[in-house]
Write a protein that binds this ligand. Structure first.
Ligand code: ZN
Ligand code: ZN
Length: 363
């Protein structure tokens, strides 16, 4: 990524900062620091104002900051100081009236220590609002993460054995994604056999694939550039249960209705409604207990959220998941998840794995 990307992101944040009562902002939330600087390490803060951008870090990261953030000023804390001390010293030099901090993520202990020395202005979602709309570099990186996830899944499908456990499935899938260039899995892979699929966030365990007729896999890749992908597919490994096929068709229809509703200016809750009403009409409204989808990028769950209560309107450049499901405790669950880019005239489905019921049948 070119350095000027990060510069322009910081400029946009400075413009938003003007609308608060603060003149300087201390960015402490790691993904936000990464977004604004390109730095992929941890424990580092960014101090930002109109004519100021300084990374405050420790000596472990001197070289990495030089490599990842060329041209960005860095202040390495002295051994006897904490990063907060160093940041405070710098902030005071700016003769600031108020320091903006990230109220949603700043630890209470840091809040107290900072507040004793400088007047604070809590802010919420300033960087996250910028991150909702992806730029061309970010979309390219998300496409990479999707490609790694899809190739990995193809590899898993080709080698899937009845004797494999959920843990084996998750492990093989992560291994394959890494073989195709991913740094790691985007989150702990969900591989849920049979009735375990009724838990939307099932943790993989020792259940073998052979112990039921189907399994649900929810996975994604984390690309070397730090961006994620997020997909869900069902695999039918035993005899075809008519109930499974029937529910699958409902979920697929709901997902297609959700995708068809996506476009710039559309309220995210209306997209949720389009999909949810299909499931409700089939009589399973109560069995679809979560939101329809979410934004993702540097993190697996970002804004916008798509649910019956969210107020965000979609705009071009947002990348969201569409993942309706039906969950029947004790029997199993079905979810289908794809990644979608909102475009100027509608949307583009970025994921390309086939998803007709017949495509999920392995034998
Ligand atoms: Zn997922
Ligand atoms: Zn998801």
């Amino acid at each position: 990524m070119a350095t000027d990307r990060f510069q322009s992101r910081r400029n946009r944040l400075v413009r938003k900062l003007r609308k608060t009562n603060a003149d300087v902002m201390l960015v402490t939330y790691e993904p936000n620091v990464t977004y604004l600087t390109g730095f992929s390490g941890d424990s580092s803060y960014l101090l930002l104002a109109k004519d100021l951008a300084v990374m405050v870090s420790d000596s472990r990261y001197t070289t990495q900051i030089q490599e990842e953030c060329p041209g960005l000023e860095a202040r390495i804390r002295k051994t006897a100081e904490t990063i907060l001390d160093t940041a405070l010293k710098l902030a005071r030099k700016q003769k600031i009236k108020k320091l903006a901090v990230e109220a949603d993520t700043l630890a209470v202990s840091l809040w107290q220590r900072l507040g004793e020395q400088i007047p604070l202005q809590p802010t919420s979602g300033l960087v996250e609002e910028l991150r909702m709309v992806k730029d061309a570099d970010e979309i390219a990186e998300i496409r990479r993460a999707i490609d790694q996830a899809e190739r990995g899944f193809g590899f898993l499908q080709a080698g899937l054995q009845d004797t494999m456990t959920e843990l084996n499935v998750a492990h093989d899938l992560e291994h394959a994604m890494r073989r195709f260039g991913a740094e790691k899995a985007a989150f702990e892979i969900i591989a849920a056999v049979g009735d375990r699929a009724a838990l939307p966030h099932a943790r993989p365990g020792r259940r073998p694939v052979s112990s039921a007729e189907f399994l649900l896999i929810d996975w994604g890749a984390h690309s070397l550039g730090g961006y994620k992908s997020d997909l869900t597919r069902m695999l039918v490994t035993g005899k075809i249960l008519p109930k499974l096929k029937k529910l699958y068709e409902v979920v697929l229809k709901a997902q297609e209705a959700g995708i068809a509703a996506i476009g710039p200016g559309v309220a995210s809750r209306d997209v949720d409604r389009a999909a949810r009403s299909v499931i409700e009409r089939a009589g399973y409204g109560k069995q679809f207990g979560h939101g329809l989808g979410h934004g993702f990028g540097l993190e697996i769950h970002e804004h916008p959220r798509l649910s019956p209560v969210t107020k965000t309107r979609l705009s071009p450049g947002m990348v969201i998941t569409i993942e309706p499901g039906i969950y029947l405790p004790g029997w199993g669950g079905i979810r289908i998840e794809d990644d979608v880019l909102v475009t100027r005239d509608g949307c583009e489905v970025l994921t390309s794995l086939p998803k007709q019921f017949a495509d999920s049948v392995l034998r």
